[in-house]
Each structure stands twice: as structure tokens, then as C-alpha cells.
Design a binder for this molecule. Sequence first.
Ligand code: TMP
Length: 212
Amino acid sequence: MSRAQFITLEGSEGVGKTTNLEYIKQLLGNKSIEYIVTREPGGTELGEQLRDLLLGHKHTGMADETELLMMFAARSEHLDKVIKPALEKGQWVLSDRFTDATYAYQGGGRGIEMQRIKILEDYVQGDCRPDLTLLLDAPVEVGSERAGKRSAPDRFEKEQSDFFNKVRSAYLQRASDQPDRIKVIDASLELEAVKRQIDQIMQDYFKQLGIQ
Ligand code: TMP
């Protein structure tokens, strides 16, 4: 049996992460894989408090570097308390966002140099990287329309389309740089068609790992 896998789900606002996360859980369950589900920023008590600070509106003028460091502070706690212990126990980890989001939002969106993010990634994570990343991609207008139908916008959702276009480009650039790990899913299609793409990727992945 292969070692426990670390899978992440990424995408901009309104691309259907929550719905599709449920579907991925179902696919793992069908294979009787033991897994945990978690999210970033968050996943620990301290991380969830950092999430509230990052997404809330109390600190709207937060410096970009502060935002970046808080993302990694939450991640450090998450790795230490949740992700690494689960993987060591043989449980797969399914995380709603991880470091690709930092490259996309803080790197692409805010314009922080990617090289600086890389330094923090190496420092905080050592050699821990996701094994597989599913990137739900849709044009910004599609995502914002769906996100707009939900609850009050958080500090990121308040950004303008220019910001989200940069986020999307940064995600797609990473996917084209790392095609073996990051699989792009066309999330602008109807739900059943999105699920079919996810199913195909996951079945190929299971096959690659020798999971029947
Ligand atoms: P969500 O998980 O509900 O989509 O909200 C998390 C928000 O935080 C989302 O707007 C993306 C943002 N984010 C970053 O900017 N950088 C990060 O590293 C992570 C994990 C999330």
C-alpha cells in the first residue's frame, strides 16, 4: 500500500470548492481510504483565529507582508498539529487550500515576489508539499457571480476583478509549471461535467498508486 497522500483543492472565489470537496470525499470513501478534511487558513484552533483576523474587516489596512506571514503562521501550526500527524498515522489529508493559494493571492493578487514566498515555503514546510492538487478554474466573472449570491463578502471577496484576474493567472501559471501535480478542472461547466473531470483525475491517480 502506498503512503498516505496529501491532496489539496484550490481555486478562486465561487468556483464550487465546497460542493466538489464533498464529491472528492465520496471518491476517497468509495476506495475505503482513511482521510481527514481540513482547510487553510485554519484547521487548528490558533489557525482559525488567524483566519478570522485575515478574513474579517477589523484590519482592512493590513500590510501585504503581514497578511503573508499570518498565512504562513497558520500553516506552520496546521502542519505541526494536523497535517503531518495525520500523514504519519497513514491518513490521507484533503485540504481546502494550501500554499498554492499563497502564490496566487499574495503573489499574484498582492504582487509579492514569488521568490519571497518560496523562501517561506521552504522554511515553514521543509520538504512537505501536496502530492496532488485539483485546481478549479473558471473565468473571474463566473466565480464572482456565484460568490455574490452567498453571504456578506469577506476581506478577500471585497477585492475587484483585477485582483481576481491576477489570482487566476498565477494559479494557471503554477499549473502549467507543475502539470504532474496540479490538475486544472474547467469549473465553468455545469456541476455534473465538473464532477466527471474530478472523477477521471482521481481514478487515474488511484490507478497510478495501485489502488483498486
Ligand atoms: P475560502 O477558503 O473560504 O475560499 O477563504 C479563504 C480566503 O483566504 C480566500 O479568499 C483565499 C485566501 N487565502 C489567501 O489569500 N492565501 C492563502 O494562503 C490561503 C490559504 C487563503
